[in-house]
Ligand binder design. Sequence first.
Ligand code: ACO
Length: 425
Amino acid sequence: MGESITVTDNRTGASVEIPIEFGGVSAAEFSKLLPGVWFYDPGFTSTAACESSITFVDGDAGILRYRGYPIEQLAEHSTYLEVAYLLLYGELPNSTQFETWERDITYHTFIHENVRKRFLEGFHYDAHPMGMLVSAIAALSTFYSDAKQIDSPEVLDRQIVRLIAKMPTLAAAAHRFSVGMPFVYPDNELSYTANFLSMMWKVAEPHYQADPALVRALEVLFILHADHEQNCGTTAMRVAASAHSDPYSATAAATAALYGPRHGGANEAAIKMLTEIGSIENVPAFIEQVKQGHGRLQGFGHRVYKSYDPRATIVKKAAYDVFEVTGKNPLIDIALALEEAALSDPYFIDRKLYPNIDFYTGLIYQAMGFPMEMFTVLFAIPRTAGWLAHFKELLDQDLKIARPRQLYVGAERREYVAMQERPTT
Ligand code: ACO
């Protein structure tokens, strides 16, 4: 007999024995004992909403694996497109599979001219690129009449290829529009990341070639951001997918969740914080202020990681590779001093607060010339692979539509009052 717990209803004396499987217990078993009683779990801190075999995170040990492969090995040896394939199809591709995959993605990098002319260029001149991205992704669903055929694996795979292929094109187009620069068409001679940098920075040169060290650094950042199990954006994706929305609309929902400053916007907040601190001498006073409850250390702490975020270790190293090419971002010295001070302070030690991935990514993006508004966009591009892997997994599992219960705390029944009879104050 495996592990189990026995729960007794003290009102009736009835009890049920519930097996513990994969570290969890089934709410459905509890419900047999407690019909009409709901589990109250805002923020889903104690609720697993699905089984998943995509990403493993052990927050206490600082472990992150995609399909079983340690993130450190993938960041060192792999490419973003290979990792995307791994997340989506469960195995690393062989050379034939990868060739086909890369060719398909490259073939689909162009967007319909009307997506650019009617949608992207229709935005107000100072539109935030993340807002443009959310809308453009949703608009894509109207350009592909087969988007709704999610029960056909071949047709769904076609939308997946389109989405992964077009994200960099949409992202760069949103940036170019927001700074008044002309749209740059994809250069299909280039790799996925090199092509993105070309669409971002090309001016008048016939063929833009980014520095290989910057291309590799971006590749590593894309690998690190490709998935992170049931975070807020992925949950939004799964909820929309559970209603059988098409993959474009569901990806737009996930991107909208990522747009929030508590989620994908923390790297921007970290840069603002480091800029505000201004110099190493101000670090102790800033730490004191945070300990007094005024604000938080941005890029510190994590719902799951209660030790060093393994991605932060890799990003910290990548930052130095980038600075070799771009010159040092002066904010790195403040970041290092802040990290050192926090990691030796009982306030942060007791609460298990360590740097997360966002603490150092902004420094890299800034050194590479990306404006702050693009930081969350740079997160959304690679996360698309993870979101779509969850979309596929959910359909394969044939899950029920997501529909949580609520604990109603509002008014009791009352009668409608005509407007002229309502109090005026
Ligand atoms: N700086 C200072 N104190 C902190 C911080 C921080 N960054 N994070 C948590 N704490 C403190 C809280 O004040 C609280 O202290 P208390 O117990 O005395 O009240 C305790 O640590 C626990 O904090 P919670 O908010 O309950 O932790 P939770 O798991 O809900 O929050 C979160 C996680 C949102 C990431 C939080 O650590 C935070 O706000 N960090 C800063 C923002 C950030 O970096 N976000 C990026 C997350 S990674 C990502 O989305 C890719």
